[in-house]
Design a protein around this ligand. Structure first.
Ligand SMILES: Nc1ncnc2c1ncn2[C@@H]1O[C@H](COP(=O)(O)OP(=O)(O)OP(=O)(O)O)[C@@H](O)[C@H]1O
Length: 274
C-alpha cells in the first residue's frame, strides 16, 4: 500500500456540493463540504440520518459525480472508480452462487488481472477465514461475510479504504470484534480509512479524527481529534475522557438537529394577526 506524499493530504475534498434531481424537485444533499484526510489516518464521519454522509463518501470513491466542487486523491482529481480506493458497505454483497474464494476472485476476473494469492491468503488468515474458501455465503455468519467483504476490499492493496456503516447490521459483540480487527489490520498496514458510522463509540475506538456533519444539507460542522493511544483497550474506552468526548459529539448532533427544527421558515410559521 503506497504511503504517498506525507505533506500532501491523501484525500482532499473541496467544496463538495451535490444536488439530486428528484421527482419532487432538486434536493441539496451536501453543501460545500471541505475536508483534508492525511495519509494513514482513520477519519470517521458522523451526523444525523440523511445529512449526506453516504453522498460525501461516494463522491470520495468516484462512484458519484458531484454537482460542484471536487475530490483529489494524491493531488489528482477523482473522476471515476479508482483501484487505489477499496470500499466496504453495510451489506457484504457477496454473490450467493459463488464460494468465498470465487467471490474474492470476482473483481479480478472482471478486470482481467491476477490476484496476489499470497496476500489474499494472509488476509483470510488475518480475519480468521482461512480454510473457509470453499464455503458459500449462506454458510457464513453475518460477521464472517463482512470479514470476507473486508478481505475482498483489501485484496487490491488499496491505499484508501472507504467504509459505509460497515458493521451496522451486526450484533454489538461481533461489531466490537470487527472494530478490533480493523484496528489490528490498520496498525500492521496503515491504510487511509474513512468510515461512516452511527456509533460514536465505534468512531472514537477507531478514529484519529471525527467529522460531525450538520443536518441536510450536510456541511462539516466540526472536527474532533481523538487523542487516545492505540490499541484502545476496554480501560481506555470506559474512561471519563471517552465518556466526555462521546457526550460532546452526541450533544453536537442533537443540538444541530434541534436548532434545525427550531429555525423558523418563512412558509411554515405564520405571524398571528393583531
Ligand atoms: N440517489 C439519490 N437520489 C435522490 N436523493 C438521494 C439519493 N441518494 C440520497 N438522496 C437523498 O440525499 C440525502 C442524503 O442522503 P445520504 O444517504 O447521503 O445521507 P446519510 O447521512 O448517509 O443518511 P443515513 O445516515 O440515513 O444513511 C437524503 O435526503 C436522501 O434521501
Amino acid at each position: 500500500m503506497s504511503a504517498g506524499n506525507t505533506l500532501e493530504p491523501k484525500l482532499r475534498v473541496r467544496d463538495a456540493t451535490k444536488v439530486y434531481n428528484t421527482r419532487s424537485g432538486d434536493l441539496l444533499a451536501i453543501d460545500r463540504c471541505s475536508l483534508d484526510i492525511r495519509t494513514g489516518e482513520i477519519v470517521s464521519i458522523v451526523g444525523p440520518s440523511g445529512c449526506g454522509k453516504t453522498t460525501l463518501l461516494w463522491s470520495m470513491s468516484g462512484l458519484h459525480g458531484l454537482t460542484s466542487g471536487g475530490v483529489l486523491l494524491d493531488g489528482k482529481a477523482i473522476t471515476g472508480p479508482n483501484p487505489e480506493i477499496g470500499m466496504v458497505f453495510q451489506e457484504a454483497n457477496l454473490l450467493p452462487w459463488r464460494n468465498l474464494d470465487a467471490n474474492i476472485r470476482f473483481p479480478f476476473e472482471i478486470k482481467g488481472t491476477q490476484p496476489d494469492r499470497l496476500w489474499i491468503d494472509e488476509l483470510l488468515n488475518r480475519v480468521g477465514l482461512e480454510g473457509f474458501g470453499g464455503r458459500f455465503p449462506r454458510e457464513l455468519s453475518g460477521g464472517m461475510q463482512q470479514r470476507a467483504a473486508l478481505v475482498r476490499a483489501l485484496s487490491f492493496k488499496p491505499s484508501v479504504l472507504l467504509m459505509d456503516e460497515p458493521f451496522g447490521a451486526l450484533d454489538s459483540f461481533t461489531r466490537e470484534e470487527m472494530n478490533r480487527l480493523v484496528e489490528e489490520i490498520w496498525m500492521d498496514t496503515p491504510t487511509t480509512i474513512v468510515l461512516i458510522t452511527h456509533s460514536i463509540e465505534e468512531a472514537i475506538f477507531l478514529s484519529d479524527r471525527i467529522v460531525v456533519m450538520s443536518p441536510r444539507p450536510g456541511r462539516v460542522a466540526s472536527i474532533h481529534d481523538v487523542p487516545f493511544p492505540r490499541p484502545r483497550s476496554m480501560e481506555i474506552m470506559s474512561s471519563k475522557e471517552v465518556f466526555d468526548l462521546t457526550n460532546v459529539i452526541k450533544m453536537e448532533i442533537v443540538g444541530e438537529q434541534q436548532s434545525r427544527y427550531a429555525r423558523p421558515s418563512a412558509t411554515s410559521i405564520q405571524q398571528p394577526a393583531h
